[in-house]
Design a protein around this ligand. Structure first.
Ligand code: PLP
Length: 397
């Protein structure tokens, strides 16, 4: 097939060529005397991405889900209570994992298209006068619905009611794309994976852990081994790993952190917002369709989930986009399966690249009988981008 595949699933994301090249290495001995130099070179950049001075980053050869497990298994005991909200497939899966580990979850079911309900968190936490809730879970960016939640707001709620629960954040599809502040928001566990904003293949689960959370590992009663933070920390202290690390991904991560440093985290966040505004202009002003996200406060700058008119199956849109136009769009999952498609625009992306996703989605919708005006999505996105100042990362220097 001629031409390239245009990847618009919200992870894995597009890899800059230089990151891809950085991973083309011969295998090395991960117990050699020079290996610690590679591992230790990653930590300062990772800490800057998490915006932390006191948090400790852990790198597991796993995907993001492994770090969900590491977060709970290293700090909690069977029967412990956690507070969590469900508003999409990923917030749902983390809740299920907690239950499978024998935790008691105070679940708040929210409408899909909304996010972490701060008022309800405040109510539940203020009523928990005995402080039985040990951890509060928040999915910063629900990738399934294109909804971003206010994590700083969760911290404010905890502080307002004086609740000592740990704050666990899933930032898998937000970190290095949407504002995240480990220290300012006093986050205890931040879970992410390599295949989203970090512009790497899947394969690294990255977890940032607070000193408070690290202090709980010896009293945590949940069983763990592979994801045991103390075992990992003891090995990491010497510059090594308790098992075989994913060496090429480490070289890729070193390059990705350099790419991030060069553009600057604030500029990256601004670029994601600017691109997302163009995508939203395509949906609203071009196609006249709706987002899954119900209100502007929930709009995600990393993934745009587009609701389809009744009678149109999202799976058909995605299949046609892939087979006819070689464009990969994200599918609706679980409750929203078939009702929407998703355009992922996180990581290495610019306006013209994103036009390919908007255009591919538009052609596929037209082919499937959706009544949108040909060219209207790209025209509306262009209109936004041409009339608004671009962040520095989009300019060739
Ligand atoms: N959390 C969110 C918000 C995600 O989007 C994903 C995956 O897309 C996960 C968790 C699970 O991560 P992984 O697939 O890397 O295990």
């Amino acid at each position: 097939m001629a031409g390239r595949n245009f990847l618009f699933v919200p992870g894995p994301t597009n890899l800059p060529d230089r990151i891809q090249r950085a991973m083309m290495i011969s295998m090395e001995d991960h117990r050699s005397p020079i290996f610690p130099r590679l591992y230790e070179s990653l930590l300062p950049g990772l800490k800057r991405v998490f915006r932390t001075e006191t948090g400790v980053p852990f790198i597991f050869p796993s995907s993001g889900s492994g770090c969900w497990e590491a977060a709970i298994a290293n700090t909690l005991s069977p029967g412990d209570k956690v507070l969590a909200s469900r508003f999409g497939q990923f917030s749902h899966l983390w809740i299920e994992m907690c239950k499978n580990h024998g935790l008691e979850v105070h679940e708040i079911d929210c409408e899909w298209g909304t996010g972490v309900p701060l008022d309800e968190y405040e109510k539940v936490l203020s009523e928990d006068t005995k402080h039985e809730i040990k951890a509060v879970l928040a999915c910063q960016n629900e990738t399934a619905t294109g909804v971003t939640s206010d994590i700083g707001g969760v911290r404010k709620v905890l502080d307002k009611v004086g609740h000592p629960a740990l704050l666990f954040v899933d930032s898998v599809s937000a970190l290095a794309s949407v504002d995240f502040r480990f220290d300012d928001w006093k986050v205890d566990m931040c879970v992410t994976g390599s295949q989203k904003g970090l512009m790497l293949p899947a394969g690294l689960g990255i977890l940032c852990v607070s000193q408070k959370a690290l202090g709980l590992t010896s009293s945590a009663g949940l069983k763990r081994d592979y994801f045991d933070l103390d075992i990992m920390l003891n090995a990491n202290k010497t510059g090594y790993f308790p098992y075989t690390p994913a060496l090429p991904l480490f070289y890729g991560l070193r390059e990705a952190l350099a790419v991030i440093e060069e553009e600057g985290l604030d500029n990256i966040i601004a670029r994601h917002h600017y691109l997302a505004e163009g995508a939203r202009a395509a949906v609203f002003n071009g196609w006249g369709l709706k987002l899954c996200a119900k209100e502007p406060k929930w709009y995600s700058d990393t993934v745009t989930a587009v609701m389809l008119p009744d009678g149109v199956n999202g799976a058909d849109i995605i299949l046609r986009a892939f087979k006819r136009y070689n464009v990969s769009l994200g599918a609706g999952l679980s409750k929203v399966a078939g009702k929407l498609f998703r355009i992922g625009h996180l990581g290495d992306m610019n306006e013209v690249h994103l036009c390919a996703g908007i255009s591919g989605a538009e052609m596929s919708m037209l082919d499937n009988g959706v009544k949108v005006t040909p060219g209207s999505g790209v025209a509306a996105a262009q209109e936004y981008w041409r009339n608004n100042e671009p962040p520095p990362g989009l300019l060739v220097r």
